[in-house]
Design a protein around this ligand. Structure first.
Ligand SMILES: [Fe+2]
Length: 178
């Protein structure tokens, strides 16, 4: 049973505000990759798709004189930290199971290590799935953030993904959360 659907998350004004900033097309595409990978890694597709949809919700726009400044971004970015917190707040507000909200937030926190000190983290499968899903949709120069998708098309794809997740949950029982 799911307390919250992807559609409820996606259509919330907070998600709309920040996902349009980091790219709706990218977020949806990563969520579809996460569904595929969740089967491969045997993780709960509900958590994987939610974390994937929201993984870049913490993005900030780094500009110098009106131009995107990649160097500044690389040096100063903490979008994974901000995103984890923002996603958690949104999920709890929508009535998400608090344990699920925590696992989703953790997967968002660890979807990139660009801001972390060097060294290997032992990631759990859900965290790995979200990271791989993001990488699967990456384009050179960050172009994946600028791909466009029509709002109605986006809604259609989110609804279809909700159906796919529910179908998988009906036939599989997931013991592990993360
Ligand atoms: Fe991303």
């Amino acid at each position: 049973m799911r307390n919250v659907t992807l559609l409820e998350i996606f259509t919330h004004p907070i998600a709309q505000k920040y996902l349009t900033r980091s790219g709706v097309a990218h977020a949806i595409s990563v969520a579809y990759h996460a569904l595929r990978l969740s089967k491969q890694f045997n993780v709960n597709p509900d958590l994987a798709t939610k974390a994937a949809l929201l993984h870049d919700i913490g993005h900030y726009e780094w500009y110098t004189d009106g131009q995107w400044d990649y160097e500044k971004y690389k040096k100063n970015d903490i979008h994974a930290i901000k995103g984890a917190e923002r996603a958690h707040k949104l999920l709890i507000r929508l009535g998400e199971n608090p344990q699920h909200a925590k696992e989703i937030a953790l997967a968002i926190l660890l979807h990139t290590d660009s801001y972390l000190p060097e060294g290997e983290l032992q990631k759990r499968p859900l965290q790995t799935v979200v990271r791989l899903a993001d990488e699967a949709d990456e384009e050179p120069g960050g172009n994946h953030h600028y791909r466009h998708i029509d709002h109605h098309q986006a809604i259609k794809q989110i609804k279809r993904l909700d159906e796919k997740v529910e179908k998988t949950l009906k036939v599989t029982h997931f013991k592990r959360l993360g």
